[in-house]
Design a protein around this ligand. Structure first.
Ligand code: GDP
Length: 529
């Protein structure tokens, strides 16, 4: 197959949802359609379960699963589909944000009864800011839930999306009879007794057909006719360009558990979802069909076995072909690296591959040279943008609890930060180290891993910080900036890249600082124009 065809047939996406909405179940059903797995239950949930085991064990278990489910790839009707795993747990939101820099589109799963939930809101906002094309799947239609129109409203209001329903439910819960497929213009009936099997479709191409009355009863048929008329009246017709530009989001209804509405979603997805997209680097826009290989690291996974300290760096291929045993330039280190055993991912396994294409993810064995955000090229000096750090929510001093092991501690902190587990800030005033995290759970992860993988011990000490803001002076030589540096010295720190950060202790002091030093811009993310 030609290089261009290989690009055309790839779809790389992520499924985002609030925990429990049905992401794992949907992933599994998609893999079943692709023939990539044979039975339900094969895909493990990456959820953090509380209770049964200690949190530490749970973290390790989760980490094991998350290696296995990082990338799930399969073929469907000639399309190569790469699903990138996105943890739903809020303490791992940063992981998900970073993974979203490597997807070309997303599917948003919403629970019909719960509607739009907190994590969905946050993740969709990130996708919206980046104009990532989104398809919405409203799940669990076999249960009593919210009215379909109310839900569509909620999706528009809370998520700021412009929806175009491509399917519509016929009833719900016990009354759930099936869905009308607006995209394919047919009716697909849900049969309660074959709930566990791949559904059989009964197709009716015309809504006014009396056959519909026979199948679902006159009352339901008439309701459906009215509702579809309403849908067509209220919502715009699906427009592929709008979808691809992030200005419109098609919506599907179904039940992942019962494998209902999933084929419709997949068929439409394969047809409309974007092939690998061009990506902006600091230097220029890079197109996937460029001959020369470029890619970037969006995730790093440490080996769970402390005796094998190597890590797996996940690289998204942006352009060209990635080949085994070929020297590539690690731009940040200005070093050529060769990879003898790059991993490609399949449903449940990884294999060494000779060649990979734009849209694909390769896993590279790494002994510590990669950081999240690093760029690889054939020689061009290129730095991909878009793997920013966000202000953490929690801040604690980290102290060395075993003076004999300070070397191990620093090495451990260094590597865990490269992996993106948390962010390190070093105070300007006294050099003390502060760890910033998205969730409190990360502190346990760090402490546990420092001890088990690096033989180092640490303690934490609370620190009152509200937000970390990256400092961006309009004029670094101005008196105003000099005064800012002097007056705010005890709130200033450097991040791991050496960028200056202002650690504000309250929303109020942040506001006061902004008013007093208007020419010193303060950003909540590390990447700004
Ligand atoms: P995740 O946290 O988003 O990955 O959610 P899971 O896929 O693990 O699903 C959470 C729970 O919802 C599980 O108990 C599933 O069996 C259940 N579930 C998923 N899809 C459906 C559905 O369509 N109908 C019903 N009734 N339950 C579902």
């Amino acid at each position: 197959m030609s290089f261009l065809k290989e690009i055309q047939r790839r779809r790389t996406f992520g499924i985002i949802s609030h925990p429990d909405a049905g992401k794992t179940t949907l992933t599994e059903k998609l893999l079943l359609f692709g023939g990539a797995i044979q039975e339900a239950g094969a895909v493990k949930s990456n959820k953090i379960k509380k209770g049964a085991t200690s949190d530490f064990m749970e973290i390790e278990r989760q980490r094991g699963i998350s290696v296995a489910t990082s990338v799930l790839a399969f073929e469907y009707n000639g399309t190569k589909i790469n699903i990138l795993d996105t943890p739903g747990h809020k303490d791992f939101a940063e992981d998900t944000f970073r993974t979203l820099t490597a997807v070309d589109s997303v599917i948003v799963v919403i629970d019909v009864a719960k509607g739009v939930e907190e994590q969905t809101e946050k993740l969709v906002e990130v996708c919206r800011m980046r104009n990532i094309p989104m398809i919405v799947f409203i799940n669990k239609l076999d249960r009593e839930g919210k009215d379909a129109f109310d839900l569509l409203d909620e999706v528009e209001q809370k998520l700021g999306l412009k929806v175009a329903p491509l399917s519509f439910p016929i009833g719900m819960g016990y009354e759930f009879k099936g869905i009308y497929n607006i995209w394919e213009k047919n009716v697909n009936l849900f049969s309660g007794d074959s709930r566990k099997n791949i559904e059989e479709t009964i197709e009716i191409s015309d809504l006014s057909s009396p056959e519909l009355d026979e199948l679902i009863g006159e009352k339901s048929a008439n309701t459906l006719r009215e509702e579809i008329e309403l849908v067509e009246g209220i919502y715009p017709e699906f427009n592929k360009t709008d979808y691809l530009e992030g200005n419109q989001q098609p919506v599907f209804f179904g039940s992942a558990l019962n494998n209902f509405g999933v084929r419709e979603l997949l068929d439409c997805f394969v047809e409309i979802a974007p092939k690998p997209r061009a990506k902006q680097s600091e230097e220029r826009l890079v197109k996937p069909d460029e001959k020369k290989f470029t890619g970037f690291v969006f995730k790093i996974h440490a080996n769970m076995d402390p005796n094998h300290r190597n890590r797996l760096a996940f690289v998204k291929i942006v352009s060209g072909e990635f080949k085994r045993n070929t020297p590539y330039l690690h731009v940040r280190n200005n070093k050529k690296l060769k990879f003898s055993s790059p991993n490609a991912f399949f449903a449940e396994k990884k294999e060494i591959v000779d060649i990979s294409y734009p849209g694909d993810i390769v896993g590279l064995q790494d002994t510590g040279s990669f950081k999240i955000g690093d760029t690889l090229t054939e020689g061009e000096i290129l730095n991909y943008k878009g793997v920013p750090s966000f202000s953490p929510e929690h801040f604690r001093y980290i102290n060395n609890a075993d003076p004999m092991k300070s070397k191990q501690l620093f090495k451990g902190i260094d590597q865990l930060m490269d992996e993106g587990v948390a962010q390190l800030f070093t105070l300007e005033l006294n050099g003390r180290k502060v760890i910033g995290t998205v969730g409190a759970l990360q502190y346990e992860v760090i402490q546990y891993r420092l001890e088990h993988e690096y033989g180092a011990k640490c303690t934490y000490e609370n620190l009152n910080v509200h937000k970390a803001c990256w400092v961006d002076p309009e004029d670094p030589k101005s008196d105003e900036y000099k005064e800012f540096l002097r007056v705010k010295q005890r709130f200033l720190a450097k991040d791991k890249q050496g960028q200056l950060v202002f650690l504000s202790d309250s929303p109020f002091s942040l506001q006061m600082t902004q008013q007093k030093y208007p020419s010193v811009k303060l950003h909540f993310t590390s990447e700004f124009e």
